[in-house]
Design a protein around this ligand. Sequence first.
Ligand SMILES: Nc1nc2c(c(=O)[nH]1)N[C@H]1C(S)=C(S)[C@@H](COP(=O)(O)OP(=O)(O)OC[C@H]3O[C@@H](n4cnc5c(N)ncnc54)[C@H](O)[C@@H]3O)O[C@H]1N2
Ligand code: MOO
Length: 474
Amino acid sequence: MTTHQHTSHLHAHDAHGDGDHESIHDHSGGDEHRRPGGHHEGRPGGHDNGHGHEDMLEVEQALERILANFAPLDAVAMPVLQSLGMTLAEDITSPLNLPPLANSAMDGYAVLHADIAAAGDTPPTLTVISAVAAGQVSADTVTQGNTIRIMTGAPVPAGADTVVPFEETDELDRRRNGQPLNEIVIRKTLPLGSNVRPAGEDVSAGELVLSAGTVVRPAEAGVMASLGLATARVIRRPVVAVLSTGDELTQIGNALQPGHIYDSNSSSLAAAVIASGGTPRVIGIARDNLADLHRCIDEAADADLLVTSAGVSKGDYDMVKDVLEQRGDMNFWSVRMRPAKPLAFGLLNREGKRPLPLLGLPGNPVSALLAFEMFGRPAIRRMLGRDLLSRPIVEGVLTGPIFNSDGRRVYARVEVERRDGGWFATPTGPQGSNILTSLSRANGLAICPADLPRKNAGQAVKIIMLDWNEEVEL
Ligand SMILES: Nc1nc2c(c(=O)[nH]1)N[C@H]1C(S)=C(S)[C@@H](COP(=O)(O)OP(=O)(O)OC[C@H]3O[C@@H](n4cnc5c(N)ncnc54)[C@H](O)[C@@H]3O)O[C@H]1N2
Ligand code: MOO
C-alpha cells in the first residue's frame, strides 16, 4: 500500500475558486494510514462538524494525490499535420532564413531608389531589361536607368533596392494604348526599400522559432512547414483504456435486455478522453465476476491509464474492489463533492512495465463524467505535457438556486450566458447524478461551496466553463 502519498502541506491552490469558503487543508488530520485492503469512506450523507467527514478528501487533495503519479509522456515524431493539438517535445531552431532571399511584396518594377527619388517632380522613364516571376532568380542586375519587371514573391534582382507597384507607373496606359513595355514611366517616389521584404525578415537561420512545450495550432503547423519540417517531435497522446463494469449493462447496438440499461459511460468517457487529447481504447463491459474483470483489466495492459466506472461505492458486492486490490495498490476515497463522492485511484502491477494507473469513477453517468472532468482530464493533460490543467473559471450570477444537502461542494450543471456585460448561470434542470440530459444542456458547472447549504438566485457564483460558447455576445 504505497500509493497513498500523504501530503501534509498542500499548495494554496484554489483549483475551483471557492477558497473564500473552504479550506483545502487536509481534514484527515495528518495521521491517515490505510488499513491494508480497507476502504476510506466518510459517513454517507453526514454533514457534521468534522468527525463524519474525517476520511473525506477535498477535491484538491484527491487531485494532487492523483497527479503525483503522472508526468509528460515520451516524445514521438509525427507528421506535422497530425501533431495538431500536441505539445512540442523539443525546441525548433530554424535551418534557414525566412524568406530565404529578399523578395518583392508587390507586383511592380524593381528599381534603384536613386532613379526614382525625384519621381514626384520629374517622372523618370526607365528601360525594362527583363522580368522575374516568383520561383525564378533573375540573372540580370538592375543598373542606373534600368528596371526589371517583378512579381510578388519573386527574389529582388541584384542591384535593385526598391519595388514600385504597377499602379505608380504608366503600365496600364501603355497596355491600353498598345505601347510596348520595353520602357516604363515611374510616377511616384517611394522611400528606399519600399516593398522589399529582406531575407530573414521573419526568421533568421539558427534562431529559436518554437520552444519545447508549445502546443501545435494551425499557425505552428504552418511555421514548421515554412521551415521545411515534415515531422515534429511531440509528446505522444496517452492511450486511455475505458472499462465499464456491471451485470445490468447492455452494449449499445444490441437489444436492451430486461432490467438492463445501456452502457453510456463507455461512450461518454471515451468521448471525454478524445476531447481531453487522449486516445481511448474502449474495452467494453466487465461482468461482475472475477474472471471477466481480470480479463478486461488484462486488455488494458499497455495503456497509460485505465478508467473504470462503477463498483467504487458501498455496494452489495465488492468484486471490483477486491480484484483491484489483488492487482496492485488501490485507494478508495470519498471526495467532498457532489456528484461523484466515491472515487478509486491506484496503481496496478503489470509485467515488465511501470504500474498502470487506474482511475475508478462512480457508476452514475453524471458522476462518472464529472469525476473524469475533475481528475481524469487533468491527468491526461499532464501526460500531454500541458501546463494548464484546469478549465477557465468565471465569476457570474446565479439565476436559480443550488442546494447543498450534506456539506459537499456541489458542482451544479448550468447554462452560462453572457448578458449586459456579465455571466449568468441557469441550472439546467434536475441535478440527480443519473440525469445525464441536464449535463448535456450545460456548458458550465456552478459551484456551491461545501459549507453553504444553498446558493440563491441573484448570488455571485464561480463557474467552471466546460465549453466556451462561441456564439455568446462578448
Ligand atoms: N449505501 C450507499 N450507497 C451508495 C453510496 C453510499 O455512500 N452508500 N454512494 C452513492 C453514490 S454517491 C454513488 S455515485 C454511487 C456509486 O456507485 P458505484 O460506483 O458503486 O456504481 P454502481 O452502484 O454500480 O452504479 C451506480 C449507478 O450507475 C449506473 N451505471 C453504472 N455503470 C454504468 C454505465 N456504464 N452506463 C450507465 N449507467 C451506469 C448503475 O446502473 C447504477 O444506477 O453509489 C451510491 N450508492
Ligand atoms: O457521488 Mo454520487 O455521484 O452523489 O451520485
